[in-house]
Design a protein around this ligand. Structure first.
Ligand code: NI
Length: 217
């Protein structure tokens, strides 16, 4: 199998796995991350095969849908990549990207953490899909999936949460903007993603303004 065939095989595998996924983390999300990762890659010096594989496989077993288990995703990706005979070094690179790309991992001390330009690209692409109009839609969709309140003025957002507190949080959906979404713009690593993030960030601020206006009547 050449690289293009391996990428095609991976798309088939991921589509099948995500057919039952929560709809904010489904194949359409993965496809947007994949497309954005390709776009961002144009301005970066990266191994495109690693970027594409990591983008495709990054959400096949998100810990928030597996009782917080953060190792299932990387391990499943590894098994799959080995099954299509991807070489060892690439397998461990992709596995590490999946392990380190999540927002909650960025809340921990990162001094020992893994980093690579390919990780920067895929993580930026994933973060872009968490902001702007799509980000708003996905956030409310997930809040509904968890039956969270949309907004409760009595419950204030908790910025600077620990990773454990963030994972356990059952706060209203609006709080998630302050606890994560509005922070992402300044956490982008690549210049392409920074540019795209500006517009999406502004859009979320406008949305919040309008939301409060309507809430308060
Ligand atoms: Ni994702």
């Amino acid at each position: 199998m050449n690289e293009i065939e391996k990428i095609d095989q991976t798309k088939i595998f991921v589509k099948e796995i995500l057919s039952e996924a929560e709809k904010g983390h489904d194949w359409s999300h993965t496809e947007r991350v994949y497309n954005n990762a390709l776009l961002i890659s144009e301005g970066e010096d990266v191994d495109s095969f690693v970027v594409q594989m990591a983008a495709l496989l990054h959400d096949i077993a998100d810990s928030k849908f597996h009782n917080g288990n953060e190792e299932i995703g990387p391990l499943r990706a590894r098994d799959f990549l080995q099954s299509i005979s991807v070489e060892k070094e690439i397998v461990s690179h992709v596995e590490n990207i999946i392990r380190y790309m999540s927002f909650k991992n960025s809340l921990e001390d990162q001094s020992e953490a893994f980093s690579s330009p390919e990780l920067d690209v895929v993580r930026d692409a994933d973060r872009l899909d968490a902001i702007g109009a799509i980000g708003i839609a996905r956030t409310f969709h997930y809040g509904g999936y968890k039956n969270r309140s949309m907004y409760d003025p009595e419950i204030l957002p908790q910025v600077d949460q620990s990773k454990e507190a963030y994972k356990k949080s059952d706060a209203p959906t609006i709080n998630h903007f302050y606890e994560k979404l509005l922070l992402l713009k300044d956490m982008m690593h690549t210049s392409t993603a920074k540019k795209i993030a500006e517009e999406r960030h502004e859009f979320m601020l406008k949305f919040l303004d309008q939301f409060y206006k309507e809430w308060n009547g």
